[in-house]
Write a protein that binds this ligand. Structure first.
Ligand code: F6R
Length: 606
């Protein structure tokens, strides 16, 4: 989704900003632009398509004060005009913006009545025009006054031609990080894009405005009073991540999962007591015992992880659990009773809907534990405790290793809750033992990649799929289907197998194959009956199974055999097989796997 980068200092900021935009590329975008202070004012260059196109056009341009942007279209088509920065009508002010200004039509109409001429349909142009209209010689003051009139979410960076040694930036509901260097200052919507220049950063909170110069940064709160902000230290440098010998980041990340699962487990399992200890969970055993209900909020793949956790927490820890999609939940008037623990899951920690939902439950007094992969992200800072996934940067837009790490952390949390309640030490030991087997089992599945590729190739030209599963395999089927949709652009529906006959079975015929996730022992025989119904309607069946596959052999057209684990852990192993299947279908169809069309890694708008 949209990305912001900025630089002010003695070096050529154009080169630095282009490099910064490349580091934001993984988030997804459709056009890019750069605005910079030059001798006679502000120069803006914008292009549709890859950063490489923009880079070629700005070759030779130099500036010490630069703002830059990657756009993921919301208001207005993907065109050069709609790309950022946007200028006011006099060309004095340039703005790059992430987020959505909800009252932009009203502001625009008002400015038009005052005689201001607009050149684009974007909400961002309104911000530039507004700042220029308010400006009376004090740049900072003009931005401070303008942001008070904006409704919605934004992170902005602004240049003014009369103030060539300043960038003013502001944020509300969208992340903005300032990187403090030696006699130079950077800014970005993503801390990862700063780490190779400086590890010292300042996060802007909602309503704050910053005046940035090469040598100093002043931050002001929403009342326009100057405040002193602490600097935080960054840990990761995303710039060092490469594809290695893999054709795509997505494949590399699928193959990293034996290690990332180990990382998520590392030092959290307490072998002696058959339980779990999270260093980052600031809740005592007594406080954990007072939890009567768990509420999980998340989007997309993270919501699927939450759905698996609902089964786990209810089945293993016997705690009533609800799982909600953040974008729906945030507009409910949620009932958050005493004794409710909220778990917010977000790989990026920047998903706007999840953050809004978290703020809503916090306002109602809930204690929020986040599950997040990105240190310093908004969610990690908002939550009372944050359990990190330790999956390392995930560059492929489609979430793979972060998902399995989410499952590991949620399973560990379930074990902790179960041991505090009714589970015996011996049961805890067996559970942990099964978890420790996961990395080797994942390696074994990855060892079958060629066989899975062969099956994927056979089915790569089908345009509709069902993924069927029961119990733990139901949310796993939702995730398997999502992978196929997003990277192979193939229609796929995850369904509880028992529900098929209540409508969707009408779609089954020889052109619509079914991926059967036969990883749940409790419902295995029931699943076989459902598959017979599919077969009777000439549906092709690809079964993923860890069973002796006697009966399945007669039903399925193709079988992918993976190692046996507990039902509770099967979502992890089965998901790895589904990821490989989706990857190879996408490869055979020639899809753009790491950056699927229309998708963004970090969804910072509603
Ligand atoms: C799918 C995918 C998305 C994300 C969703 C939430 O592969 O990556 O569905 O899971 O956009 O993102 P986070 O977890 O960053 O909140």
């Amino acid at each position: 989704m949209c990305g912001i980068y900025g630089y002010i200092g003695p070096r050529n900021g154009v080169k630095i900003a282009i490099d910064g935009l490349k580091r934001l590329e993984y988030r997804g975008y459709d056009s890019a632009g750069i605005g910079c202070i030059v001798d006679n004012g502000i120069d803006c260059v914008k292009e549709v398509g890859k950063i490489g196109v923009l880079e070629a056009v700005v070759d030779g341009l130099t500036s010490h004060a630069v703002i830059a942007h990657t756009r993921w279209a919301t208001h207005g088509k993907v065109t050069r005009e709609n790309a950022h920065p946007h200028l006011d009508e006099t060309g004095a002010v340039a703005v790059v913006h992430n987020g959505i200004i909800e009252n932009y039509t009203e502001l625009r109409n008002k400015l038009k009545e005052e005689g201001v001429h607009f050149h684009t349909e974007t909400d961002t142009e309104v911000i530039a025009q507004l700042i220029a209209r308010i400006y009376e010689g004090n740049f900072l003051r003009a931005v401070q006054q303008a942001v008070l009139l904006l409704h919605g979410s934004y992170a902005i960076a602004v240049l003014h031609k009369n103030h060539p040694d300043q960038i003013v930036t502001a944020a509300a509901g969208c992340p903005l990080v300032i990187g403090v260097g030696a006699h130079e200052t950077f800014l970005s919507s993503d801390p990862n894009a700063l780490a190779h220049h400086t590890r010292e950063v300042i996060y802007l909170e909602d309503g704050e405005v910053a005046l940035i110069k090469a040598d100093e940064t002043q931050v002001f709160d929403a009342t326009q009073a100057q405040i002193s902000k602490k600097t935080d230290a960054l840990l990761h440098d995303i710039g060092t991540v490469s594809k290695g010998d893999f054709q795509h980041f997505t494949l590399k990340e699928i193959f990293e999962q034996a290690q990332t699962v180990k990382n998520a487990l590392f030092s959290r399992a307490s072998e002696e007591y058959g339980t779990v200890a999270f260093e980052e969970l600031h809740l005592t055993a007594n406080e954990l015992l007072t939890i009567k209900r768990v509420l999980i909020i998340a989007c997309g793949t993270s919501w699927h992880a939450g759905y698996v956790a609902k089964y786990l927490l209810e089945d293993v820890a016997r705690i009533p659990t609800d799982v909600e999609i953040s974008s729906e939940f945030r507009y409910k008037n949620p009932i958050v009773e005493g004794g409710t623990l909220v778990i917010a899951i977000s790989q990026s920690g920047e998903t706007a809907d999840t953050i809004a939902a978290v703020r809503e439950v916090k306002a109602k007094g809930a204690y929020v534990v986040a599950l997040c992969n990105v240190q310093g992200s908004t969610l990690a800072r908002e939550a009372a405790s944050c359990l990190f996934l330790r999956a390392g940067p995930e560059i492929g837009v489609c979430s793979t290793k972060a998902f399995t790490s989410q499952l590991v952390v949620l399973t560990l949390f379930t074990l902790l809750m179960a041991r505090l309640r009714h589970m015996s030490k011996n049961e805890g030991h067996s559970f942990l033992h099964a978890m420790h087997e996961l990395p080797d089992q994942i390696d074994e599945i990855l060892g079958h990649a060629d066989a899975i590729h062969t099956i994927a190739k056979k089915y790569s030209q089908y345009n509709d799929f069902f993924f069927l599963g029961r119990r733990y395999m139901y949310p796993t089927s939702l995730e398997g289907a999502l992978k196929l949709k997003e990277i192979a652009y193939v229609n796929a529906n995850g369904y509880p197998a028992g529900e098929l006959k209540h409508g969707p079975i009408a779609l089954i015929n020889e052109t619509c194959p079914t991926i059967a996730l036969a990883g749940d022992k409790v419902t295995y025989d029931k699943l076989l009956s459902n598959l017979m119904e599919v077969k009777a309607r000439h549906g092709k069946i690809i079964a993923i199974t860890d069973a002796g596959h006697g009966a399945l052999k007669d039903i399925a057209d193709d079988i992918i055999v993976i190692p046996k684990t507990l039902d509770e852990l099967a979502p992890i192993t089965y998901s790895v097989a589904c990821q490989l299947f989706a990857y190879f279908v996408a490869l055979e169809r020639g899809a753009e796997i790491d950056k699927p069309r229309n998708l963004a890694k970090s969804v910072t708008v509603e």
